[in-house]
Structures are given as C-alpha cells and as structure tokens.
Ligand binder design. Sequence first.
Ligand code: NAP
Length: 242
Amino acid sequence: MKCALITGGSRGIGRAVCVRLAEQGYHILINYKGNTAAAEETLEAVRQQGTDGTLLKFDVGNETEVNEVLGAWIDANKDKQIEVLVNNAGIREDMLLFQMSTEKWKSVLDASLDGFFYVTKLVLTGMLMKRYGRIVNMVSLSGLKGTPGQVNYSAAKAGLIGATKALAQEVAKRNVTVNAVAPGFIRTDMTEGLPEKELSAMVPMQRFGTAEEVAEAVAFLSSKGASYITGEVLNINGGLYS
Ligand code: NAP
C-alpha cells in the first residue's frame, strides 16, 4: 500500500492536501495535534475520494510523541510505504521581538522546524531504502522576505527553506526529491481575523488564495512527473512576491 503522510492534516491547507492526494489513490496518514473532530472530517473527505486514511495524533514538535506514534506505526506497517511526506504543520504566535517570550519563540520553531526534523528523520529511511520519495515542506512568504511581528515565524520558515535545499542535495541520488511551497495569504483558520480586504489590496491578484490552490502545487511536486525538480521553493501568492 502506498501512503502519503500529511502533518497538520486536520484543517486548512493540510486538509486540502489530504483530499488532493487521496484523489491520486494514496492511503492518507492524517497527522494532527489535538482537534480530533476536524481530523475525522478530513478522514471523511478522504474516503469520499474512494480511498482510505489513518488518523495519527501527535505533536510534531515533541520528539517522544513523534517516535511513539509515528515510529510505532512505521514499525507495525512494514508492508506499507510512505512515498509522500508533506511537512505542513505550523503555527504562528505574532508579536514584536522585544516583547516576545521564550515560549512564543520556541513553540513556533518547534512546530515548523523541529517538527520537520523529527518526522522526516523517521520517514526518510524507508524512502532511501525504496529509492523513491517525495518530500514537500510548507514554508511561507515570511521565510523568504521576513515579516515584522513574525520574527519567530520568519526564522522557522527560513530555516526550513535552508533544510529543504540541503536535504535535497543529500538524497537526490536515491530518487528522493525535497521541495518547498511558500504560500502568501491563504484563507484558513490561521489567517482568520486578519484584515482581508486591506491585505488583499497589496496582492496583485487582489484576493487571498485558497487551500485548494496550495494543494494543487503540493500535488504536482509530489507527483512522479516532478522527478527532476528538487531543492526548489515554489511561491503561491497571487503575485505578491516572486
Ligand atoms: P491552520 O488552518 O491553523 O491549521 C494548522 C494545522 O496544523 C492543523 O491541522 C493543526 O492541528 C496542525 N498543527 C499545528 N501545530 C501542530 C503540531 N505541533 N503538531 C501537529 N499538528 C499541528 O493552518 P494553515 O493556514 O492551514 O497552515 C498550514 C501550513 O501552511 C502552516 O505551516 C503555515 O505556517 C503555512 N502557511 C499558511 C499560510 C496562510 O496564509 N494560511 C501562509 C503561508 C504558510 P489541530 O487541528 O489538531 O490543531
């Protein structure tokens, strides 16, 4: 059985990616941190595509939890291959740096950057052994240009861009590609409460993007057809930055 693991698959962009990869016939491993009701809704949407999925509840930023839940699943499912890994889980805790607590700094880096490390390390071994894999990391416009009020988030995403490019070179020979997608403003729970009308005026396309528009790019980079693209960062931002 060919599987795709999407971290943060219960809501927003992650959910749209789960549904899009389900359309391609993958068994979807839906990771989430705490919102079981939302994760079950994603699972139902995956099933509507004619495939199935498994819920894996763990905090990507907690190495013990990652090893206990994901590590145990991998050990118990040696006949199944995780072909696609989408490191999508992430949070924002916006605040000016001079006011930022250590906890707010660490929690954002834990989810995006440490989470990438813990999860990828576990999944990569199988990909290297099978000599095939697709890894897509969810970064952000903030990781490319830096956003004031988001020093923690910008650092986490910029770090993930560096990790994407470095890992791509480490594993290229084994047919494992590692890319990133960098959304601008996408309408999800994460951007709820932002002044959408005001911010849309800054976007050449004059609107926020949808989770489905991001999922389409992830599906391409996860496909067999994207075989000679690695270490790349694809902007999905309506022309806001490229
Ligand atoms: P969202 O709607 O807030 O959903 C976040 C998802 O991540 C949820 O499924 C949540 O699980 C999960 N999650 C959060 N922390 C986690 C952790 N420590 N361990 C496991 N799962 C965790 O966010 P979104 O807008 O879809 O964002 C998805 C990704 O895109 C993030 O990496 C974000 O930085 C990036 N991004 C978003 C935008 C945007 O405009 N929305 C722009 C650029 C980049 P629960 O449901 O269990 O809480």
